[in-house]
Design a protein around this ligand. Structure first.
Ligand code: 13P
Length: 250
């Protein structure tokens, strides 16, 4: 059985007070009928507070990025050791916003992947095509490059920590959710790629999350697809009740 995961990517949102209120509400609303792993990924500055607030809660903490460097003269960067000390056990890497706005390449994303995995983080590796790429028939080419180069040489011992998120760029923040069929087709293709890298049994154990305008209304039908194991949620993760409803959608 693959792990079901619902992760919230808060992006560059929330004041400190909002972050505290959101986590308190999540803690209150959490109930034992939630069977998936819930993860919140606040901005770096609130990681410690959010993790203190969620102490004794099953909700896990993640960062939205990590540096591939260990430490030193890397102005503005945040290391794996730092986010772990702040309470994070997950990290998102290779988000399309990091790729398109901050120039992250598959090569640097691979280095981040290894940095996170080798320091015991669960790493959510994001992939996904733009509308232009999809319309040009390049979906499979893009996913192949992002998955194969992003994973690169990776020790099999890290497999239990690896999570993939398929986030079609055209669906992020647009309200244009991929249809369940489109999402399932891409997830199935990604699992085939993983199978080519790690073998079928291992690929069948890797959770692949869907992201892109996933909300409390459409999560159920998306999560019922055979290769969709949860969601990476942006906007809807900023509303505690919506995020909890999504986590209950399996
Ligand atoms: P939205 O859910 O706001 O579309 O964002 C998705 C996303 O980018 C999560 O990482």
């Amino acid at each position: 059985m693959r792990k079901k995961i619902v992760a919230g990517n808060w992006k560059m949102n929330t004041t400190l007070t909002e972050a505290k209120n959101l986590t308190s509400e999540l803690k209150q609303l959490f109930s034992n009928d939630i069977k998936c792993e819930m993860v919140v990924c606040p901005p770096f500055t609130w990681l410690t507070t959010v993790s203190e607030n969620l102490n004794n809660s099953p909700i896990k903490i993640g960062s939205q990025n990590i540096s591939h460097q260990e430490k030193g003269a890397f102005t503005g960067e945040t290391s794996v050791a730092m986010i772990k000390e702040a309470g994070a056990t997950y990290a998102i890497i290779g988000h399309s916003e990091r790729r398109s706005l901050y120039g992250e390449t598959n090569e640097v994303i691979h280095q981040k992947l290894i940095a996170g995995l080798s320091q015991q983080l669960n790493v959510i590796l994001c992939c996904g095509e733009t509308l232009e790429e999809r319309n040009a028939g390049k979906l499979e080419e893009i996913l192949t490059a992002q998955i194969q180069l992003g994973i690169g040489e990776m020790s099999l011992e890290y497999l239990p920590q690896l999570v993939i998120a398929y986030e079609p760029v055209w669906a992020i923040g647009t309200g244009l959710t991929a249809s369940p069929e489109q999402a399932q087709e891409a997830h199935y293709f990604i699992r085939k790629l993983l199978s080519g890298i790690f073998g079928e049994t291992a690929a069948n154990n890797i959770s692949i999350l869907y992201g892109g305008s996933c909300n409390a209304s459409n999560a159920g039908v998306l999560f019922s697809q055979s290769d969709i194991d949860g969601g990476l949620i942006g906007g809807a993760s900023l509303k505690a009740q919506d995020f909890i409803t999504i986590a209950k959608s399996f």
